[in-house]
Design a protein around this ligand. Structure first.
Ligand SMILES: Nc1ncnc2c1ncn2[C@@H]1O[C@H](COP(=O)(O)OP(=O)(O)O)[C@@H](O)[C@H]1O
Ligand SMILES: [Mg+2]
Length: 213
């Protein structure tokens, strides 16, 4: 049995490895906005998004994490940030994006976060707005990397809509919760909208090969 400390450090190493893999894949193409999704809920999308943001911030990249899961947002809780200023009210109201960005300070590094904002009806409409496309382009000028957490694609189309507005997509599959067919369906749906799939992260295995591409 591994000690808590040991398993934590292995996990941290794994996220660093995922980040390095993404960076390696991105030497051929500019990938600054990365969407994290999966077929179903509970696979670890939010966990992977958060840890990827941490891994980028730790190596000194100007990092922004956006909680675009406007249905079941979790990042505000994880990082103990305000939920009421965030993406949904930015999309709805005439406020600046800067006023929606909060800072997360951890150990000796920091990064920015845009939480979900209040849960509003029709997240789909908010996410398909051209305002968001323009905002993401603007944020790419200000950050080295923007990680976007989303709801599951086999349940709602939010992430598919967003996948057209980002440079790359990371698909999270869970060793126990995701069956092969569901994983195939997710990839098929993403391919149908011409998403640039960067890779697949396998979550929920208890060994060092906790990911693959
Ligand atoms: N690798 C992991 N090891 C242990 N618990 C995990 C792991 N990945 C996710 N979890 C837990 O599983 C639950 C669902 O993860 P979450 O990231 O919220 O999934 P999603 O965003 O896909 O719904 C959370 O309670 C989270 O803490
Ligand atoms: Mg989530």
């Amino acid at each position: 049995m591994r000690s808590m400390k040991e398993s934590y450090s292995i996990t941290r190493e794994q996220y660093k490895l995922i980040r390095e893999n993404i960076e390696y894949l991105c030497t051929q193409q500019e990938v600054k906005t990365i969407l994290v999704t999966s077929g179903e809920s509970g696979t670890g999308k939010s966990t992977v998004s958060a840890n990827l943001a941490v891994a980028y911030a730790q190596k000194g990249s100007r990092t922004l994490l956006i909680d675009a899961d406007l249905r079941k947002p979790t990042q505000h809780k994880r990082f103990m940030k305000e939920a009421h200023v965030g993406l949904s009210n930015y999309m709805r109201r005439d406020v600046s994006i800067a006023s929606c960005i909060q800072r997360v300070n951890l150990e000796n590094f920091e990064f920015s976060i845009i939480t979900s904002g209040p849960i509003l009806p029709n997240p789909n409409d908010l996410l398909s707005s051209p305002k968001l496309t323009a905002t993401l382009e603007q944020l790419k000028q200000e950050y080295d990397v923007v990680i976007i957490d989303t709801p599951p694609i086999n349940i709602v189309s939010d992430a598919l809509i967003l996948s057209k507005k980002v440079d790359g997509v990371v698909v999270v599959v869970h060793a126990d919760k995701t069956n092969k067919q569901a994983a195939k369906n997710s990839v098929k749906k993403l391919r149908m909208v011409d998403a640039n799939i960067l890779g697949v992260v396998l979550n929920g295995t208890d060994n060092a090969k906790n990911y693959y591409y």
